[in-house]
Design a protein around this ligand. Structure first.
Ligand code: UD1
Length: 383
């Protein structure tokens, strides 16, 4: 069997690493042979957003890099489709495996189906119901086209049933991100907060006079267009961070290129980096993020993957969104996260409440580190 799998952007890398390892294990057992070709669309291209993750997670170099880079959605989608069609015509795989919900996921599944190649979607069935998010459109189209829909939780399987997806296409396999978390947690735990800060300090920023220890800092990531691209939303949030979070805790903020560009455009960059409680880092590595997450008193994020990791690690998490495609991570469902949107009043109230909470790790069904193994078994037995 021949499989082409796709990665494009940072959150894809932790999902593909265990899948490739599980294919290697399957081939070693000798009961069959899977030929695997890894394609990187090149949507994320900075060393810190891409190559560093390949190294840290032991992902082999991609067999093919489409080098799509930045651009509007239409440019990213269109250029990926044009380049990926050539790959499929040359390699004629039995399956195209896509993960997550980035532009690469959508572009590659559309072209695979146009060429009558079967598509398998890892992380199928997530729904936020928010059609203003590009990721929601990517998820809907990819799931509609997929032949095999592998879901991380039973709520996602239910979403697919409600949309009329035939039962035999849906398989609940668990969350593949957690395979990576469990495989790398011990290594992350050994890292020092001080050396993470020293190694990743963003250009023009100062090493802090006091290095925060476990439980002494807030951790933030933010990159969604709905938070970062609106001047009003973003500048109000920055005021809240400077005036209310920073006086209470040090805030460690590994900054996404999109957020940094916007801070510079709005003239807020100098104000942020001159605050001695704000520790601004370049995008950090996988183990470094897990280590900081383990030590954080509270997480503020609009990332779906971090919401899931907070759930397993128990870090109380304010999710800076009005909705989530990952409701299983919410407090009301036993998880660690609460939706606060981008209304400052609401963020403030939940922030003070959340500071009073203890860590409460939880583990949804089949988030057990063995999802990739289940996926390869299903693919190898598919008729
Ligand atoms: C993308 C995904 C999102 C995912 C996020 C994680 C889509 C629609 N969105 O959003 O689901 O959560 O990645 O990071 O696919 N840039 C760099 N260097 C890079 C990559 C990007 O400077 O290596 C810049 C780009 O030029 C652009 C901005 O960052 O200005 C945003 O990148 P883009 O790939 O368009 O989307 P993300 O916001 O990263």
């Amino acid at each position: 069997m021949k499989i082409v799998s796709i990665v494009g952007a940072r959150p894809n890398f932790m999902k593909i690493a265990p899948f490739i390892r599980a294919i290697d294990d399957y081939n070693l057992k000798g009961s069959g042979k899977i030929e695997h070709i890894l394609v990187h669309t090149g949507q994320h291209y900075d060393v810190r957003m891409s190559e560093a993750f390949f190294k840290a997670l032991g992902i082999p170099d991609p067999d093919i890099n489409l080098e799509i880079g930045s651009g509007s959605h239409a440019e990213q989608l269109g250029n990926t489709m044009i380049a990926f069609e050539k790959v499929l015509i040359e390699y004629t795989p039995d399956w195209v495996v896509v993960v997550g919900d980035v532009n690469a996921t959508l572009a590659c599944s559309v072209i695979a189906k146009r060429l009558n190649i079967k598509v398998c979607h890892i992380e199928a069935g997530l729904r936020s119901g928010d059609m203003s998010m590009p990721e929601e459109i990517n998820r809907l189209v990819t799931d509609r086209l997929s032949d095999l829909l592998l879901t991380p939780d039973e709520l996602s399987s239910e979403n697919l049933r409600n949309e009329g997806t035939p039962e035999d296409k849906i398989h609940f396999v668990g969350n593949i991100m957690i395979d990576t978390l469990e495989a790398n947690r011990a290594k992350a735990e050994k890292m020092s907060i001080e050396s993470i800060i020293r190694k990743n300090l963003a250009a023009d920023t100062q090493f802090p006079s006091i290095v925060p220890q476990n439980g002494e800092f807030a951790l933030m990531t933010i990159h969604r267009p709905s938070n970062v691209d609106s001047e009003l939303v973003f500048s109000n949030l920055i005021d809240f961070l400077l005036n209310e979070v920073a006086p209470k805790h040090m805030l460690i903020w590994p900054i996404h290129p999109r957020a940094r560009k916007q801070l510079e455009t709005l003239g807020l960059w100098d104000k942020v980096i001159s605050n001695t409680s704000m520790i601004i880092l370049d995008p950090i590595g996988y183990h470094e993020m897990v280590r900081l997450n383990i030590g954080a008193k509270i997480m503020l994020t609009d990332s779906g993957g971090l919401q899931e990791e907070c759930c397993i690690l128990g870090t109380p998490c304010l999710t800076l969104r009005w909705n989530t495609e990952r409701p299983i991570t919410l407090r009301e469902n036993g998880g660690a996260s609460v939706l606060v949107g981008n209304n400052i009043e609401r963020i403030r109230n939940e922030y003070y409440h959340t500071l009073t909470l203890d860590r409460l790790p939880s583990r949804p069904n089949l988030w057990d580190g063995k999802t990739a193994e289940r996926i390869v078994k299903i693919l190898s037995e598919f008729i």
